[in-house]
Design a protein around this ligand. Sequence first.
Ligand SMILES: *Cc1c(COP(=O)(O)O)cnc(C)c1O
Length: 425
Amino acid sequence: MKKVPFVTKEKVDEIVKQYPTPFHIYDEKGIRENVKALKEAFSWNKGFKEYFAVKATPNPYLINILREFGCGCDCSSLTELMLSKAMGVKGEDIMFSSNATPANEFAYANEIGAIINLDDITHIDFLEKTIGKLPETLSCRFNPGGLFKISTSIMDNPGDAKYGFTTEQMYEGFKILKEKGVKNFGIHAFLASNTVTNDYYPTLAKTLFELAVDLKDKTGANIKFINLSGGIGIPYRPDQEPNDIYTIGEGVRKVYEEVLVPAGMGDVAIYTELGRFMMGPYGQLVTTAVHEKHTHKEYIGLDACAVNLMRPAMYGAYHHITVLGKEDAPCDHVYDVTGSLCENNDKFAIDRELPKIDKGDYVVIHDTGAHGFAMGYNYNGKLKSAELLLKEDGSVQLIRRAETPKDYFATFDCLDIYEKFDFNN
Ligand SMILES: *Cc1c(COP(=O)(O)O)cnc(C)c1O
């Protein structure tokens, strides 16, 4: 499917008068339509709730759009919990799915009433020592090990992942938690990432539902929810078929009725912790081509770099690129599209067929709405960009300003040198 940016050259010409490139821009209309579809797809389940994975796009303006549709927040750190609390998210609408968790983070999660999802059996003692009496509701993260397959194709390698309880530890953990007075249980698993297939959730659900029935039989635990977590992917490449959330919802409903309902567990709530699927396609990094270089290869240098979007440098991830105003021009040039870091992996694209790019062209990098801005760092002293929201009425709102050198040097403010910086450029 042809990937078309949700901003035009004319629109960007207008935006840059106020907010220079590079910036991430998000499409409110797309976010709303997608979350509505997710809710509809799972409306057969009375307790269904999406806990948006805050780490994917930790911006309160974007998360508030999802909250209008009843979404909660899935957090994995102190600051994500703080953000959710500051936004007024209620305790039971916060899921704390962390790992290697520091004691103060468990304590804060408990204080604000978040649902704690334990990553390891040893965390039962650790949590009890940290907070005293355990909460009435607790969840455990499951990792069956081995390879995660859908029929014969390998989706991911949970056996190599640091997360979760083994099968034996799930039984043991539930027994211990029951003895310690826990009343309501949840089961969580995240076994494959960025799956572009409608079969991931139904396959995962079957595994978790069967485990739930057996756990209930063997330990008597009252299982309130099953959390299918994240992992529904998006088509980063134009030749990929997008997931159909209605097919996915229907697939989960089918196994729910086959496995849970006959076991008398037809009241179990389904939770999700989607990040990428909720925001990924609805964010784009808008940059300007500032240099062209002709050496052993043809290079286009952008005003953005891996600090603004790390996925290509980190995973070799594909992000589609469109040159604004040249949407229909033939892709008869081959470029490496680079940022300005002193790292040769700072390339948004390698050997990419694109139209002829001229200095001053706007180069849009697609699908940066999740794990985009958020993954940014400050290597080479580069600063993070602004985030903008393209609203449904076509207006643009600044939802995070760009960093300034003052932000970058702020942690020196306890030292004499702080007075010596020239912050006027
Ligand atoms: C990252 C993460 C998610 C979201 O994953 P996506 O691939 O963005 O859907 C959900 N839950 C947990 C525990 C995570 O670490």
